[in-house]
Write a protein that binds this ligand. Structure first.
Ligand SMILES: [Zn+2]
Ligand SMILES: [Zn+2]
Length: 106
């Protein structure tokens, strides 16, 4: 997919509240696997504190909502454990009705 196309597609998903479709896409699965591989399946935030945690998710440093064009850019991705990941998303716990909490698999 062309970058412009990709960005438009993601913007559309966001406006339809269907960003899930992005995370279910094979393109994402592929880049996600690459990021985990690059980070040795280790949480990079724990690692920077001298700790070891297995990575449980791949986070977008520049959130997809703000920078859809970086959604599949490896440099924009970082492997994190769930608790570090939650710290990166304080917005998940604020101002959101419960039903929307899992809208984004981040
Ligand atoms: Zn961690
Ligand atoms: Zn995230």
């Amino acid at each position: 997919m062309e970058k412009v196309e990709l960005t438009q597609w993601i913007r559309k998903l966001i406006s339809y509240h269907n960003i899930k479709a992005f995370y279910n896409n094979a393109l994402w699965e592929h880049v996600r696997a690459e990021a985990l591989d690059r980070d040795n399946n280790e949480c990079q935030k724990c690692k920077s504190k001298g700790l070891y945690s297995k990575a449980q998710c791949v986070h977008h440093k520049q959130h997809v909502r703000k920078r859809p064009e970086l959604a599949l850019t490896l440099d924009n991705l970082i492997s994190l454990c769930n608790s570090c990941h939650d710290e990166e998303h304080p917005e998940k716990f604020k101002n959101k009705p419960k039903s929307q909490l899992n809208e984004e698999r981040w």
